[in-house]
Write a protein that binds this ligand. Structure first.
Ligand SMILES: Cc1ncc(COP(=O)(O)O)c(C=O)c1O
Length: 402
C-alpha cells in the first residue's frame, strides 16, 4: 500500500499537511472522489428520487438503487432490499429498538462495552415496554466472557443479542461468528453494531448469518448523516415501521393506507441523496484500497505506537497490551494527568488530533471508576512518522507532569 500516494487523494492533506489526524474512530477524512460524487449530485441532479419520472428524478432513482446494490455487495447481503438507509448507526439501532416487537419480560442482551447508541435505546425500550436489559461482562483484556454469555442464553428468555463487533473503547473484536451461532442455537436474534468494524474488516453478513447489522458512512471515508441498517430477509420482515409518511406507502385514503415493502417502508420522506451517493463512492474507495491492507496498515501503526507508549512511566493502556488485538485503537491514561489536558497539549503544541473523554461508553468507565481516557485511532492514510511524532509528544507531556 502506497500511503504517500493515498494521501494525495485527500484534500485535507494538501491543505493541512502539518496536522496529524488520529481521531479516526470518531470520524474519518474524505477523499476527493467522495466529495466529487456528492457535489455532482448537488450541482447537476439536485432533486428527489423514487417519485418524479423526469430525467433528473430518474437519474437520482437510478443512483440510489445503484448505491443500495454497492452497499449490499460490500457487506455480503443476499439482496439490495436488505439494506435500509438511515442517518447513522444510532438511528439504525433506534429503528430496530422501536420496530422489533418484543414482550414484557423478554431479554435483550448486550456486552458491558457498548457505545451509548447500543445501550440507551434498549434501556428506553425497557422503560417503554418492560423488556429486560441484561449485560455480559468482559475481562481486563476486553474479551467477552463466553461462559457467562452461554449461561445467560441458557435461560431461554433472551430474544435479542445486541453487541458491538469492534469496540470503540479498546479496539478489541468480539468473536462474532461464535456469538451469532450460540444466540441462534438458543432462539435469539442477533444485531451487530459494526460502526467500528465496517471501516477495517471484510463483512459478510450472509456467511455470518447475523440478523441485523448497522454502520455509519462517516467512519469509512463517507459523509456524515448517512448510515445503514442491514436486516436479513426473514428478520427484517418482522419489523414494524418506525417513521411513516411520504415514500412509505403504496396508497392512502382518509381512513387507511397500504404500506410499501421494506426497505421503502423504513425510509420515510425525502432522503439524503447526496449522502447515499457519497456512501457508495466511499465504500468503493475503501474496497479498492482493500480491507485486509487497511487492517494490516493500522495494526502496524498501532504496534509502533504501543511500543513507544509502553516505555513511558505511569502510562497504562486500556485493553490488551498486545497492539494487534486492538486494531486501530489506542486508549491510554497517564497517572495523575488530566486526559483533556493531554489532548489539548497534543493539539496546541504538536498539531496532533486525538480524543479525550468517555468515548460514549460512560457505563464501562463508571463501572471501573475511571474518569475516561485519551484515545488515538489510526486509519490507512496515517504514517509511521506521524506515530513517532505522537509518541515523542506524549513522552514530553508525561515528563512535564511527572
Ligand atoms: C461502536 C460504535 N457504535 C455506535 C456509534 C455511533 O455512531 P454514529 O454516531 O455514527 O451513530 C459509534 C460512534 O462512535 C461507535 O464507535
Amino acid at each position: 500500500m502506497d500511503v504517500e500516494k493515498i494521501r494525495n487523494d485527500f484534500p485535507f492533506f494538501s491543505e493541512q499537511d502539518q496536522l496529524v489526524y488520529f481521531d479516526n474512530a470518531c470520524s474519518t477524512l474524505k477523499p476527493a472522489k467522495v466529495l466529487d460524487a456528492m457535489s455532482e449530485y448537488d450541482r447537476l441532479y439536485s432533486t428527489c428520487g423514487g417519485r418524479s419520472i423526469n430525467r433528473l428524478g430518474e437519474w437520482v432513482t437510478e443512483a440510489v438503487s445503484g448505491s443500495r446494490k454497492s452497499i449490499a455487495s460490500f457487506i455480503g447481503a443476499s439482496k439490495p432490499e436488505e439494506v435500509v438507509f438511515v442517518r447513522n448507526t444510532t438511528e439504525a439501532i433506534n429503528l430496530l429498538a422501536y420496530s422489533l416487537s418484543l414482550s414484557a419480560g423478554d431479554v435483550v442482551l448486550t456486552s458491558d462495552k457498548e457505545h451509548n447508541s447500543n445501550l440507551v435505546p434498549w434501556q428506553q425500550k425497557s422503560l417503554r415496554e418492560g423488556i429486560v436489559h441484561q449485560v455480559v461482562g468482559t475481562d481486563a483484556d476486553g474479551k467477552l466472557d463466553m461462559e457467562a454469555y452461554q449461561k445467560q442464553l441458557s435461560s431461554g428468555r433472551v430474544k435479542l443479542v445486541a453487541m458491538v463487533w469492534v469496540s470503540n473503547l479498546d479496539g478489541v473484536s468480539f468473536p462474532v461468528s461464535e456469538v451469532v451461532e450460540m444466540a441462534h442455537r438458543h432462539g435469539a436474534l442477533v444485531f451487530l453494531d459494526a460502526a467500528q468494524a465496517a471501516p477495517h474488516h471484510d463483512i459478510d453478513v450472509s456467511k455470518l448469518g447475523v440478523d441485523f447489522l448497522a454502520f455509519s458512512g462517516h467512519k469509512l471515508c463517507g459523509p456524515s448523516g448517512i448510515g445503514v441498517l442491514y436486516g436479513k430477509e426473514e428478520a427484517i420482515c418482522q419489523l414494524k415501521p418506525f417513521m411513516t409518511g411520504g415514500s412509505t406507502v403504496e396508497t392512502a385514503t382518509y381512513d387507511d393506507h397500504k404500506l410499501l415493502q421494506y426497505p421503502a417502508m423504513f425510509e420515510a420522506g425525502t432522503q439524503d441523496y447526496s449522502g447515499i451517493i457519497g456512501l457508495s463512492s466511499a465504500v468503493r474507495y475503501v474496497q479498492d484500497i482493500g480491507m485486509e491492507n487497511i487492517h494490516e496498515h493500522v495494526t502496524k501503526l498501532n504496534v509502533r505506537a504501543t511500543e513507544g507508549l509502553l516505555s513511558i512511566p505511569n502510562l497504562s493502556i486500556i485493553g490488551p497490551a498486545t497492539a494487534d488485538l486492538r486494531g486501530g485503537i489506542l486508549s491510554f491514561n497517564i497517572k495523575n494527568t488530566d486526559i483533556h489536558e493531554i489532548a489539548i497539549v497534543l493539539d496546541r503544541s504538536a498539531g496532533i488530533m486525538v480524543r479525550s473523554g468517555a468515548h460514549c461508553v460512560h457505563s464501562w468507565y463508571h463501572s471501573r471508576d475511571i474518569f475516561g481516557s485519551v484515545r488515538a485511532s489510526f486509519y490507512f492514510y496515517n504514517t509511521l512518522s506521524e506515530v513517532d511524532k505522537f509518541v515523542e509528544s506524549v513522552e514530553s507531556i508525561s515528563s512535564l507532569y511527572s
